[in-house]
Design a protein around this ligand. Structure first.
Ligand code: BTN
Length: 251
């Protein structure tokens, strides 16, 4: 159970919805945004039944993780916000735990090659008017185990189940970092590049016309991955395709 008073004291003035269990905090935040939620409003849950990730994948959301979504009254593109959230989570985790995470383009944070955090930014539209964005973050904090299909590719920060830092403190630190980085966007891209382990590596991706390969060279200010291929540089926007580091499983 979240400590509501603690969260209020860590994030004064921030509208909060703290849930023991929900379907998806991104869905909850979307409904709240449509209902008028202010910029920075936060939904957090200790479990999700239908947590979702990019490309229509499910996001395992068992007890022990932190599942949170921010309402952002922002018109920044999803790629900018996704990369910004990745930098924010990395900063927050390092400041609270001293654990340095790697960023795998575009929306994953990893520790020793295993995913500990996923980010899903979703625009909320009314007709063709963008009302805002929901920035969803799933952080594996102290799960002791994962379903068999995830055991090789996912990890938590504290796999023995003993986390010295509460979910409230992680949520508050991540929220503060996101709100601090937003006014300077896309300045965070320089820090993103430094932490992005995809750069310099061979990658492959699928499009309707088949499988492509190249070497990831850069991330531009929109969050797109620039890949050198035998036909010249290619730019892949966040959300467009799933890019796979060659020889590693897709996560
Ligand atoms: C991914 O890894 O593809 C993105 C995962 C994003 C998961 C978070 S958990 C909180 C929020 N609610 C959801 O349903 N998804 C995001």
């Amino acid at each position: 159970m979240f400590d509501f008073s603690l969260m209020q004291s860590l994030l004064p003035g921030v509208p909060l919805r703290l849930l023991e269990s929900t379907g998806s905090t991104n869905s909850d935040a979307r409904v709240w945004l449509l209902d008028g939620a202010a910029h920075g409003s936060l939904v957090a849950a200790a479990r999700q039944k239908t947590g979702r990730g990019r490309m229509g994948r499910a996001f395992d959301s068992a007890e022990g993780g932190l599942y949170m979504s921010l309402v952002l009254r922002s018109d920044l593109p999803a790629g900018v916000l996704t990369t910004l959230c990745a930098v924010a989570v990395r900063r927050a985790v390092f400041s609270l735990t001293g654990i340095p995470l790697d960023i795998k383009w575009v929306n994953d944070l990893q520790r020793n090659g295993k995913k500990v955090c996923g980010i899903l930014c979703e625009g909320v539209w009314q007709g063709d008017v963008l009302l805002g964005v929901v920035a969803g973050i799933g952080l594996n904090v102290r799960q002791r185990e994962f379903p068999p299909e995830l055991q090789e590719i996912a990890a938590s920060l504290y796999p023995d189940g003993q986390a010295p830092v509460s979910l409230e403190r992680f949520a508050a630190a991540i929220h503060q970092q996101i709100m601090a980085l937003l006014p300077q966007a896309p300045a965070h891209i320089a820090e993103y590049r430094q932490a992005c382990i995809t750069l310099g590596k061979p990658v492959s991706w699928e499009r309707a016309d088949g499988r492509h390969t190249g070497i990831a060279r850069d991330v531009d200010v929109s969050g797109a991955l620039i890949i050198d291929t035998s036909d010249g540089p290619v730019s892949i926007a966040a959300g467009e395709v799933s890019v796979r580091s060659q020889g590693t499983p897709r996560i």
